[in-house]
Design a protein around this ligand. Structure first.
Ligand SMILES: *[C@@H]1O[C@H](CO)[C@@H](O)[C@H](O)[C@H]1NC(C)=O
Ligand SMILES: *[C@@H]1O[C@H](CO)[C@@H](O)[C@H](O)[C@H]1NC(C)=O
Ligand SMILES: *[C@@H]1O[C@H](CO)[C@@H](O)[C@H](O)[C@H]1NC(C)=O
Ligand SMILES: *[C@@H]1O[C@H](CO)[C@@H](O)[C@H](O)[C@H]1NC(C)=O
Length: 392
């Protein structure tokens, strides 16, 4: 299966760096860390030839990028942000320590909400990989990038290559906003999260390197308390609407790049699991005990390695009429052994904060755009239906 574009991320010498025009495309690699299934990218921090590559976890819920600043080899261009500066004043929830701006925020993989990261707010030059007209890749030196320095112990539970968290929230200081304003390009970013290996993180308008574009569907983004939410108008499984108390869908669905499997409120989960189990048994699978974190698992039996058990469609407000986001095949199930597959959703309990949090396993192999110029989100058809994927 071919990747979305035939490009390979090549490390071009620092000396080939050049400033790009506003027509340019900005592309970063997305790397999937298999054991934890988390995604990270690489940003170079520091000035010119002395910059250090730093791997950062992608998190739609983090407001300010933070990292272990010991990973930056040369601190010559690093500057602390003072408490009195306008930058410090505009960071929500900032603090102050002897005239150095401090910022405290939740850690994305913390088991409890009290797991926070506190660090000094600093600025340094950041450099990213990029493409021009879909052609090979240059490195664009950026202006002052604001982030915070955190200590190593905050990295506990994260994939070992990772040294911090890249902020992708809808707030004022996420990485994508700092980059789009520094380069004066459209405030927009897109993710193509791979099921394996490498995927794509575009800033500005994505470029597909001459590959035919995949149809995209649009829905309004609802931004609330630093979260990305979409309104859910219905949920259909195999063409049949789930019978749910409509108030359950009122909270909408949150999008997350750190939650491994979509978490559903118990009633939604049960309704989905019931339809799914019915189809699984119909095609010759037999139910076996669940394997954590999954509750519904099936021995494939006579079904012949068929991952297409059920199709789920989430109804969303579109342009004048409802649009549907379709999940099928590997976005619905996870293989846990040679012959056993599980419904790849998690029961989030009766009263979770959000009735639905759409996680990694369901977001992978779609192109997903967050467009702040229109406050819309766009999602592609499942790329597998177009014989492509986000992986390369
Ligand atoms: C680092 O960023 C500053 C501020 O924009 C800029 O003046 C300087 O030229 C940059 N340095 C390098 C080496 O890119
Ligand atoms: C991000 O900022 C928003 C407001 O700007 C706040 O409501 C939210 O709690 C913050 N999120 C995190 C994870 O700190
Ligand atoms: C699941 O069962 C329904 C109802 O019988 C059927 O319409 C649907 O096609 C089945 N789904 C798949 C993916 O086979
Ligand atoms: C994908 O490939 C299959 C088999 O090679 C082919 O039948 C199908 O038409 C292709 N679909 C698209 C959208 O290109």
């Amino acid at each position: 299966m071919g990747g979305l574009t035939p490009m390979i991320i090549v490390f071009v010498s620092m000396f080939a760096a050049k400033t790009l025009t506003s027509e340019a495309q900005y592309l970063l690699p997305v790397i999937k860390h298999e054991p934890t299934k988390q995604y990270y990218t690489t940003v170079n921090i520091g000035a010119g030839g002395l910059s250090s590559p730093v791997n950062l976890l992608l998190d739609l819920g983090t407001n300010l990028t933070w990292l272990n600043c010991r990973k930056i080899k040369s601190l010559s261009s690093l500057r602390v942000v003072t408490c009195k500066s306008s930058t410090c004043k505009s960071i929500p929830g900032n603090g102050c320590d002897r005239n150095t701006c401090l910022y405290r925020q939740p850690r994305p993989l913390g088991k409890t909400t009290v797991a926070t990261s506190t660090g000094r707010v600093v600025q340094d030059n950041a450099t990213i990989f990029t493409t021009e007209g879909g052609k090979p890749i240059y490195i664009a030196p950026s202006h002052r990038f604001t982030f915070s320095c955190a200590v190593e112990k905050y990295l506990q539970g994260m994939p070992p290559p990772v040294a911090g968290v890249l902020a992708l929230s809808p707030g004022e200081f996420p990485f994508w906003r700092q980059m789009t304003s520094a380069y004066n390009i459209i405030p927009k970013f897109s993710l193509c999260l791979p099921s394996a290996h490498y995927g794509y993180f575009f800033i500005g308008t994505p470029s597909y390197g001459g590959i035919k574009p995949v149809p995209m569907t649009f829905t309004p983004l609802k931004i609330d308390s630093g979260k990305y939410l979409i309104s859910v108008t219905s949920i259909n499984v195999d063409g049949v609407p789930l019978t749910l108390d409509p108030s359950l869908l009122e909270g909408g669905a949150q999008l997350s790049t750190v939650v491994p499997y979509t978490v559903l409120q118990t009633d939604i989960y049960n309704a989905l699991a019931q339809s799914f189990s019915l189809n699984a048994t119909k095609i010759g699978m037999s139910e076996v005990p669940g394997t954590a974190p999954f509750k519904h698992c099936f021995e494939e039996g006579a079904s012949g390695k068929n991952m297409d058990v059920s199709v789920m469609e989430i109804g969303l407000p579109g342009n004048e009429r409802e649009v549907k986001w379709m999940f099928q095949g590997v976005n619905m199930v996870e293989r846990v052994s040679e012959t056993v597959i599980c419904l790849a959703f998690v029961d989030g309990g009766k009263k979770p904060n959000e009735p639905m949090v759409i996680g990694i396993h369901q977001l992978q192999d779609y192109l997903i755009e967050f467009d702040f110029s229109t406050t819309r989100m766009a999602f592609s058809d499942p790329l597998v239906l177009h014989n492509t994927s986000c992986s390369k």
